[in-house]
Structures are given as C-alpha cells and as structure tokens.
Write a protein that binds this ligand. Structure first.
Ligand code: XMP
Length: 517
C-alpha cells in the first residue's frame, strides 16, 4: 500500500515546537511534512494533504510582515487545525479579532471543555483538561461561523471550532509533554476529521524505501557508504543492503582515534553477522602523523576532516562502477522552514563526511531523509540492529583526538581509550547508559602529584564528563550517584597506569560545551 497516501501538511510559522508536532503526528502512525508557511496553492495541491496543521510561532499576527498562509488553506476542503499562532492567524484571516499583548499566558492552565468536537471529541462537556499555554496575544472575537469549544480562566476561546466545517483552533500546545492528553487531542483531529488510518509504520517504510532505492540505483548501480559505527550510517547501510545486497560497498576508516574495540565491533556486526561488503582502511599511522605536534582544537578537527576525505576517496577509487554515495541525512536537516532547527545542523556542520559528494562526483542516496532520529532508531531495530548500537551515545567524528587535550600521541590516546572503556562499562553496569546523553573520559595536559603504595607519582589527570540533554544544544552535568563516581575513579586510577587523579566536570552547556575541544 502507499504509505504516503495519508499525508498531513504542517505549515511552520516558526515555533520551537513545530518539530514536536510532526513527531507526535508520526507517533500516531501518520506521515507528515513540515513546510514553509507561505506554500502556494499549487504546492499545497501537489502535496495533497488529508489535513493541514498551522503551527505556533513567535510573531504577532497583528505585526506588519508577520507570516501568512495562502488563503487556499481554507478552500482546499480539508480539515485545518491552528495551534497558538495558527489559531490567531485563522481568526485574523477569517474575520475575527486578535488582542495584541494584553493577555500573556505562559505555563500550565486548565481548559474546560464546552463542546466535544474536533480535537476535543474524546471528552465530554464539563471535563477539565490540563494544557500548556505559551502566548502573548489572544483571540478576543471569533470569526463568523465559529464557536468556543473550550475556555480557560484567561482565554475565553482556548479552543474553537467552525460550526459546520472541520476547522479548529487551539490556543495551547497539544504537542508538548506538559499537555498530558495532547496526543489524544491530535489523534481525534487526525483520525476523526482527517480520516487517516495510521498506516505509517517502520515495517511499511522498509518495503517502500527498498523499492525507492532500487529505482534510484537501477539494476546495475553500485553504492558506496561511509560507515562510522554511529546509528545513522549503520541504519542507512543495513537498509541499502536490504535493497541492493552486494552492490553496496561500505568503507570504514580506522583513523586511530576510535574507542577501544570499536573497529572490531563494526567488523563483527557488519561482516560476520549481516554479511555486508566492508573495506576497513587502516589509516591510523597516517592520521597520527598529521596530528603530530598539533594542539589547537580547530586545527585537529580540520586535519581529521581533510584526511578522512582523502583516505575515503582513495579507498573508493578502487571500487569499480560505483556511481552513488549513501548518506545518513535525517529529516531535521532538510526541513525547509523558518523555525529553529535543532542540534543536527550544528553537529552536521562539523561532521567529517560533509564535503564528500562535491569532490567525488557521485550521486547521493539518502534513504533516511524523511525520518526523525527516533524513527531511525525504530527502523534500526526493525532491521535487526542490536540494541547497544541502536541506543549508542553520540561520538564526535574527530573522536578521541578532541578528548586528548594538548598533543595527540599514541601513548596519550591509549590512556584516554582505557579510561573511557571503564567509563562505558560502569555506566552501562549501573543502568545509566540510556539516561545520560553522553558519558566519557577526557585526558588533560596536566600532571599532578600522587602517592601509590610508598611511592610518589607525578602523572596525568583525567576528567569524567557525563551530561543529560534532550538534543545536544543545551546540557546539564549528570548527577551520577556517588558510588558510581567512586567505582569509576577507583578503577581508572588502579587499572590505567599513567593516570593518578580523576575529576568530575560539573559545568553545564552553556556556558561550557559537552566536548572539551
Ligand atoms: P558540543 O561539544 O558542541 O557537542 O557541546 C554537542 C554534541 O555534538 C557532538 N559533536 C560532534 N559530532 N562530529 C559529530 O558528529 C563532530 O565533529 C562533533 N563535535 C561534537 C558532541 O559529542 C555532542 O554530542
């Protein structure tokens, strides 16, 4: 069946929550896309949505130049749901009145259901729904033909509906976790009004993606994929392998700044278990040579990025007839909209693989372009990727080179590698691996005095960094239990000769960053 037969169009007016709307809709098994707010009539027609959601946004509809949608939204004969700015815009465009700035409301509020219609159809009049408000303006007069279906202490039109058409507006945000029943509200709109069936599943996605990849690559085409061991490239590789089998050629570059056992893990998984054609390039010496004497973090990053491209190009030259390059681009990187884009943009901008296609004249295959990170993980599970890979914490492209402060040498890398392996082990053993965003060791260019047995030591200091975060953009230091900290510290100083002191980093981001370089 056509997975994209039931599409919801989300017009983005710039809210920080727009991506959350899309994720909630997808969690309900409904495919949706985020687009510019001013999509033209023709573009909307071509998209053929089953329903349209107007997102929130930071502007005031009364401000000159604030974003508008094409009036066709209300002529397309599909259900429309306006959220926050979306409701105000709907009111403004259809003849209501919006009061600017007089009734700000941020935080929890209670909405009393007045009529069980549209998003509120699973409730009964008189029910109270806890919601999250975040607005400066509010609707003071509804357009002709509309009625209030919910009210709060501060907003007489906290939820509104047209009396005969499937047009609705919510002053609050159903997409955020602070509106506990928000998903039920979206479900009611999608399933009752837009009449979708919820057929967007990862199983279905695989079948469709396999067909699309085969069409794009053709009967003979070969695809090269840079495998890093991270979630995105691993899932992209498995999906491509499902589609074209041995015509996929993966390349894994051992740049000498990987974690302990990483190369063996990737080889065991992809070669032994999934039988994916894989070339491992041992470029350790080459990277270390280039890094010799370099202490500046940005220089380290540039050297590693450049060298990666050079090694990858050389390795792929030997692959006959390859005309495609696979990339694990995700949906947040391709959304064409005005809103805040999330961490992947920043992460991508200094990612090693950037810059490959332009130089290599290969056509791109991006099988994950439509997916959010959560969906990529779900897809990975569906393709048989083991849980420890699916849930793997992020690891930077420049690897341990940016966790060895000062000069990167093999003995210093070995110190951080061994300390890091202990951190990984203990964090997993304590059941904390998926609760923290990242936990790792950093080696400082600092020596301090210690005592071991009867001997005085003068050895390196290692930092333990563990943070919690939702998206990597901001982070807080993790409140690890003292016994876990103690075990990690004791094990590192006992087992890693050359480190006699472990300190814990209690800085948040901002002002610090997650990595030290
Ligand atoms: P910072 O240190 O900027 O890191 O707070 C935010 C997140 O991005 C990861 N990171 C990278 N990821 N290539 C990547 O793929 C890189 O060069 C890179 N540098 C940082 C970092 O581990 C954290 O999760």
């Amino acid at each position: 069946m056509d997975l994209h037969a039931e599409k919801i169009l989300i017009l983005d007016f710039g809210s920080q929550y727009t991506q959350l709307i899309a994720r909630r809709v997808r969690e309900l098994g409904v495919y949706c896309e985020i687009h510019r707010p001013d999509l033209s009539k023709e573009e909307i027609r071509r998209f053929a949505p089953r329903g349209i959601i107007l997102s929130g946004g930071p502007a005031s509809v009364e401000a000159p130049g604030s974003p508008r949608c094409d009036p066709y939204v209300f002529e397309a004969e599909v259900p429309v749901l306006g959220i926050c700015y979306g409701l105000q815009l709907l009111a403004k465009l259809l003849g209501g009145r919006v009061d600017r700035g007089a009734h700000r409301e941020y935080g929890n509020a209670e909405v009393e259901v007045l009529a069980a219609r549209g998003p509120l159809s699973d409730f009964r009049p008189g029910d109270r729904v806890q919601v999250w408000m975040s607005h400066g303006d509010r609707v003071d007069a509804l357009p002709p033909g509309f009625e209030a279906i919910g009210r709060s202490g501060n907003s007489p039109f906290a939820a509104a509906a047209h009396t005969s058409k499937p047009w609705y507006g919510l002053q609050f945000h159903p997409e955020v976790a602070h509106t506990p029943q928000g998903k039920a509200l979206l479900r009611a709109f999608l399933f009752n009004d837009c009449k979708v069936t919820g057929s967007w599943t990862m199983k279905g996605f695989i079948d469709e993606a396999v067909t699309t990849i085969r069409q794009r690559v053709g009967e003979q085409g070969r695809v090269i994929c840079a495998l890093s061991g991270g979630v995105d490239s691993s899932v992209a590789a498995l999906l491509l392998h499902r589609a074209i089998g041995p015509r996929l050629q993966c390349i894994f570059v051992d740049n000498g700044v990987l974690r302990q056992g990483e190369r063996a893990q990737v080889e065991a998984l992809f070669v032994d278990r999934f039988h994916v054609p894989l070339i491992t390039v041992d470029a350790r010496a080459r990277f270390l040579e280039k890094l010799a004497g370099v202490t500046d973090p940005e220089k380290k990053r540039k050297i590693i990025g450049r060298e990666f491209i050079a090694v990858f190009e050389e390795a792929s030259r030997d692959i006959q007839d390859a005309s495609f390059l696979a990339q694990g681009t995700l949906y947040p990187d391709v959304i064409e909209s005005v809103s805040y884009k999330g961490p992947s943009v920043t992460i991508k901008s200094h990612h090693n693989v950037g810059g490959l296609p332009e130089q290599m004249k290969l056509k791109l295959v991006e099988p994950l372009r439509e997916l959010f990170k959560d969906e990529v993980r779900a897809l990975g599970r569906e393709l048989g990727l083991p849980e420890e890979m699916v849930n793997r914490q992020p690891f930077p492209g420049p690897g341990l080179a940016i966790r060895v402060l000062g000069e990167v040498t093999e003995p210093r890398l070995e110190l951080v590698r061994r300390a890091d392996a202990i951190v990984q082990e203990e964090i997993r053993a304590a059941g904390l691996y998926t609760q923290v965003w990242q936990a790792f060791a950093v080696l400082l260019p600092v020596q301090s005095v210690g005592v071991m047995g009867d001997e005085r030591t003068y050895e390196s200091t290692c930092v333990l960094r563990a943070v919690t975060s939702v998206d990597g953009m901001t982070a807080d230091w993790a409140r690890l239990p003292f016994p876990v900290l103690e075990r990690i510290s004791t094990r590192i100083t006992n087992e890693v000769r050359g480190i006699n002191r472990v300190v814990y980093d209690i800085s948040s981001k901002p002002p610090a960053t997650i990595e030290w370089e």
